[in-house]
Write a protein that binds this ligand. Structure first.
Ligand SMILES: [Zn+2]
Length: 196
C-alpha cells in the first residue's frame, strides 16, 4: 500500500457522520497511540464479522446462538416488539421500559426501491403467533414511509391469526428513529401505543 495513512483516512471517511477531516484526525490519533492500541482496534474490527451473528430466535446481533434478551427468563414471553434494526433493540433496552421479547427484521418494505414482502423474514414470527405464545405484537418500526408500510403489512398478516397488533405512538424525533430518541420519549411512545 503506497500510503497507509491515506488508506485509513479513506476507510474511516466511509463511516456515517465522519468527514475527511475527522477521518484524518482519527487516523493520526491512532498513529500517535502505542502500537498495542492499533493492533487491538484492528483485531476488534476483524472479530466483528467473525464472531457476531444473528440470534436464532429474534435475529438481534449476538456472539452466541441466543442473545441476552432471549436468554433472560424474567422477560414477558407474551409480548414481542418488532424493530427494524439491532440498534433499535439497544435503544429500547437503554430505556428499560420494555420487558418483553424482540424480533428484528433487518429490513423494511420499500416498494419504490423494489423491496417487497418477500424481503421480510416473517415466517418464524408467524409460527410463534400460530403457536399461541404471543398475546401482543408491538410494531416499533420507524415512523417513516417504509416503517409505516411495514407496520401495516405486519398487522395485515398477524391480526387474522388472533394476536393483538399495536404501533408505538408517534412523536419521536428524527423521523421516528428509536436509536436517536431519549429514554423518556421512548417510554412515552411505548406506553402510548395504539391498535394497528
Ligand atoms: Zn434474541
Amino acid at each position: 500500500m503506497a500510503n497507509p495513512i491515506a488508506e485509513l483516512v479513506g476507510l474511516l471517511s466511509r463511516l456515517p457522520g465522519i468527514g475527511e477531516r475527522t477521518a484524518a484526525r482519527l487516523a493520526y490519533h491512532v498513529l500517535d497511540q502505542p502500537r498495542d492500541y492499533a493492533e487491538a482496534l484492528g483485531r476488534s474490527l476483524v472479530e466483528l464479522h467473525a464472531r457476531v451473528r444473528r440470534c436464532q430466535r429474534c435475529a438481534n446481533y449476538t456472539a452466541e446462538n441466543l442473545c441476552e434478551v432471549c436468554l433472560d427468563p424474567r422477560r414477558d414471553d407474551g409480548l414481542v416488539c418488532v424493530v427494524a434494526r439491532p440498534p433499535d433493540v439497544a435503544a429500547l433496552e437503554r430505556g428499560q421500559s420494555f420487558r418483553g421479547r424482540y424480533y428484528v427484521l433487518h429490513a423494511l418494505l420499500a416498494p419504490l426501491d423494489g423491496v417487497g414482502p418477500e424481503a421480510l423474514p416473517l415466517a418464524p414470527l408467524i409460527e410463534r403467533v400460530k403457536g399461541g405464545e404471543l398475546r401482543e405484537v408491538i410494531v416499533a418500526t420507524p415512523l417513516s414511509v417504509e416503517g409505516e408500510a411495514t407496520a401495516l403489512f405486519l398487522a395485515q398478516q398477524l391480526r387474522p391469526l388472533g394476536v393483538r397488533c399495536t404501533r408505538i405512538a408517534s412523536g419521536l424525533p428524527h423521523g421516528g428513529e428509536l436509536e436517536f430518541s431519549d429514554q423518556i420519549t421512548l417510554a412515552r411512545a411505548m406506553d402510548g401505543r395504539q391498535e394497528l
